[in-house]
Design a protein. Sequence first.
Length: 519
Amino acid sequence: AFVEAQNKITVPFLEQCPIRGLYKERMTELYDYPKYSCHFKKGKRYFYFYNTGLQNQRVLYVQDSLEGEARVFLDPNTLSDDGTVALRGYAFSEDGEYFAYGLSASGSDWVTIKFMKVDGAKELPDVLERVKFSCMAWTHDGKGMFYNAYPQQDGKSDGILKWVKLIDNFEGEYDYVTNEGTVFTFKTNRHSPNYRLINIDFTDPEESRWKVLVPEHEKDVLEWVACVRSSFLVLCYLHDVKNTLQLHDLATGALLKTFPLEVGSVVGYSGQKKDTEIFYQFTSFLSPGIIYHCDLTKEELEPRVFREVTVKGIDASDYQTVQVGGGILANKQNCFDDFQCAAEYLIKEGYTSPKRLTINGGSNGGLLVATCANQRPDLFGCVIAQVGVMDMLKFHKYTIGHAWTTDYGCSDNKQHFEWLIKYSPLHNVKLPEADDIQYPSMLLLTADHDDRVVPLHSLKFIATLQHLVGRSRKQNNPLLIHVDTKAGHGAGKPTAKVIEEVSDMFAFIARCLNIDWIP
């Protein structure tokens, strides 16, 4: 009843925005362009994902060769009338003859795994239920697959689980890259906050015997590494907020080539140890997507443009990693201070004014903007918080929330409680003391099937806002929430729902800040 009552207030408010239809029309135009993934080879076939523009879910295609005719292999759009069934993970057997794929409904994290025989795209009868946060890994012979699942549970157990501490000294991350016999290559930030590559011989694994393959860069952050053609490593760095892509020798770590890239991001890559070619996808502020292909059997190793996406109407003619640790646990307030300083800079330099400044964030970003609204309501005119973490004292008790304690801490710990209570959005709502200050216009967005950041975060926060602030005579700005149905935290959201949500957000901003549409 509470959710229904809230939506009855919010939906008309958004729909009555006179230019909402224009926003939706424009958003539809902007989303309507072809979207491709990198090709990837499995067995003797090539696969890629493609969305014509406004399809709710992208479609998986198959080709017998790069020049061959593309055929639809799996179309998730046919699995529901409204596009709310989405592909959530997949895995091909090593020989490329069998395909396992996960499906989720309405944005839920719960996944059902099904299987297909690749030749002829024949559906197999095997079905795996109650899967969540699982990878899918086939055995080398293709006769089975490893996955994680939750047991069937009726009601609640009577006993109390006894927690047994296994490891609490997390001194570094170790991402497996490849191995040659007993010598394993890892990407690690052990004694190297920007990450490096090391070799560990498991016949003599003492840390003193580790060998550095590619040393840590003084400034650039090593984001990911892939082994290809058995003897090469592809390294992607973040350099001054733009990606660089390099090819290194697996045996020596020596730099062989830096692939040419403009200022932008590498958003897609395919190429595994057995492959002799790689694909990578680049985007920037001026380019919606260029896919490059490089044949590693050739001497020159020159990438070529494999596919470039064009969008109608667009003519494309001091960052330190130490800050990452400076915004978690006891230092979380640094995030809010930095964000507020950015707002103050925009105001000071004359770009905007507090009454015209809008902030928006989702998930952890929802926590950010909600906290800033509590701490500096005078600084913003409009706040939109999507699926935000609002109850910092109880977040760890719901679904996967316990996994976030490494960033936030846990209120069960007295010291952590003292950190969290100071900024938790739910527990820091208060009416501004100054007579001329009110809360900015606020719109919270959540979804009934969000089992990542459960909707109670946003529901409790809006109830507290409306109770403590909304009843004040000086609070004229709206405090609203919209709860979407058949939707989750965001993964697999149909294109139609994405456009609706973005249109609602701009309509809310336009109505609250009295913004006109300029064609």
